[in-house]
Design a protein around this ligand. Structure first.
Ligand code: FAD
Length: 459
């Protein structure tokens, strides 16, 4: 990899903007097909929203980490790269803290009234049925797309069930657990896309499927390995400021590097598209469409302890409490470490409330929430880390971006179409694997195939 210090000018077949998984997979596939690339990355590291670090004696996954058992594209890439995975610890009871503070240990279904479980099943069946009607690559083509995109997910749940707890649980999975936005801000169509991206609600929320495994060495090491293969084609510290384009060429101007190429791939999250100046400006529809995808907000909180104390109490480390500061928690221990680790999530307004507190108060509030699940030992970690993606200039939120109410049906159809020689690739505009590393791999593969076909036709 090349630090972009001295000004460099290059001619390449394709310039890729962003060295997250989407951009790196695109570049790798193009090189495999015999084309030349330059990858321009704003940060001084690759991996984007995956970032693995040793801090205060513990190994932290600051960004994306889990591999779902059904994420075939990511699993195939891991196999190709010779990367190994390890399963998440999940033996023992999970913990559910009800709204009234009642703490219940359970295995299998949530420990709520059987009528509530039936309501949950009914709501999930309704959502699954709608998602099954959707072409995951074209949600806007659903015959009722406009109508479903005008209904708030929260209102839709309320129209189907009077059982508040059932609604809260289903709402939580999609809103807090995935889109990290409140459920009145996005539509039923957006929720359907989230479900369809994993085929079924079960695949999306069953922690046995979704949070199946982690990558040995960390998820960022996948990007690092690809970047090492690409060698001096990857430029770090090279934010692209301007992209000039004509019918059959582009010039990407980054700090210290200028690349002339036949095609460009903008592999950054959609809310960052407009950080680049396009010359000429992108077509009107794009400029408008790009204003309607926004990042959610979540704090990934991790606390490392001298030992995974919850295990000796017969607990798996898994916990749910939609009203708690930390609304979900899991065992995040790395097998090569003696220390045990818990990871929990603080979502949306709760995350803003936490960031508004002085650091010590914030830490205490989050640890007290861990303690609500696992008792007072959770109050004294050996290492503690809050991932602050909202403050990262080159991300600006977490986990990913989604359309505001009404946006997906109105503007979604342009998101995967090139503008002249400019393609777009991000996990956030992908169907299967949407908002996940798997989606980044899929859109990287697909974008490289589309460009390679055009390069071959040109030759
Ligand atoms: C806290 C957190 C937890 C997550 N957990 C999971 C999980 O467990 N499993 C899972 O599958 N997914 C998870 N995700 C989502 C997953 O990490 C992302 O979907 C995926 O990594 C996105 O990859 P990407 O390449 O599309 O985008 P990014 O990773 O965002 O990469 C875009 C790159 O573009 C660069 N860039 C931006 N602007 C410019 C510019 N102007 N010039 C040059 N470079 C630029 C950025 O620096 C970045 O490196 C999580 C995400 C977060 C934040």
């Amino acid at each position: 990899m090349t630090p972009a210090s001295a000004p460099v000018e290059l001619d390449r077949d394709v310039v890729v903007i962003g060295a997250g998984i989407s951009g790196l997979v695109t570049a790798r596939r193009l090189v495999e097909a015999g084309h030349t690339v330059a990858v321009l990355e704003a940060r001084d590291r690759v991996g984007g929203r995956t970032w693995s670090q040793e801090i205060d004696g513990s190994f932290f996954e600051i960004g994306g980490q889990w591999v779902s058992s059904d994420q075939d594209a990511l699993k195939a890439l891991l196999a190709e790269l010779g990367k190994e995975t390890f399963p998440r610890y999940r033996d023992g009871n999970s913990v559910y803290v009800a709204r009234d503070g009642d703490r219940r240990e359970f295995r299998g279904a949530f420990p709520v009234a059987s009528s509530t479980l039936e309501e949950i099943d009914r709501l999930v069946a309704a959502l699954d049925a709608l998602a099954a009607e959707m072409d995951v690559d074209a949600p806007w083509a659903h015959p009722r797309a406009g109508e479903l995109d005008s209904i708030q997910f929260s209102s839709w749940l309320a129209s189907l069930s009077d059982d508040e707890e059932a609604r809260r649980i289903v709402d939580h999975y999609i809103a807090a657990g995935m889109l990290t936005k409140r459920s009145h801000t996005f539509s039923v169509l957006q929720a359907m896309l989230m479900v369809a991206s994993a085929e079924t609600f079960e695949n999306l929320i069953d922690e046995g499927i979704l949070l199946d495994a982690r990558v040995v060495g960390g998820m960022q090491s996948v990007s690092e390995q690809i970047a090492a293969e690409l060698g001096d084609a990857v430029f770090l510290g090279a934010p692209v400021r301007r992209l000039s384009w004509g019918p059959s060429s582009v010039v990407a101007l980054a700090d210290g590097v200028t690349v002339r190429a036949r095609f460009a791939v903008v592999a950054v999250p959609p809310p960052l598209y407009s950080r680049i100046s396009y010359e000429p400006a992108l077509p009107r529809l794009r400029q408008i469409a790009h204003q309607h995808q926004s990042m959610g907000l979540v704090i990934k909180a991790q606390a490392a302890y001298d030992r995974p104390f919850w295990r000796s109490a017969g607990l798996s480390g898994t916990g749910f409490a939609s009203h708690e500061v930390v609304c979900e928690v899991y065992d995040n221990t790395s097998p090569h470490e003696e220390r045990g680790m818990l990871v929990g999530f603080v979502v949306s307004e709760r995350a803003e409330e936490m960031w508004a507190l002085p650091a010590e108060d914030r830490k205490r509030a989050i640890l007290e929430s861990f303690a609500a699940y696992f008792g007072p030992e959770a109050l004294a970690p050996a290492a503690f880390l809050l991932a602050d993606w909202g403050s990262e200039e080159w991300t600006r939120g977490a986990y990913a971006s989604s359309y505001e109410l009404g946006g997906l049906s109105r503007w979604g159809h342009v998101q995967n179409e090139p503008v002249g020689p400019i393609y777009f690739a991000s996990s956030d505009i992908q169907g299967a694997g949407y908002m996940h590393v798997d989606g980044g791999v899929r859109i990287g593969d697909a974008t490289a195939t589309r460009i390679a076909e055009r390069l071959t036709a040109d030759a």
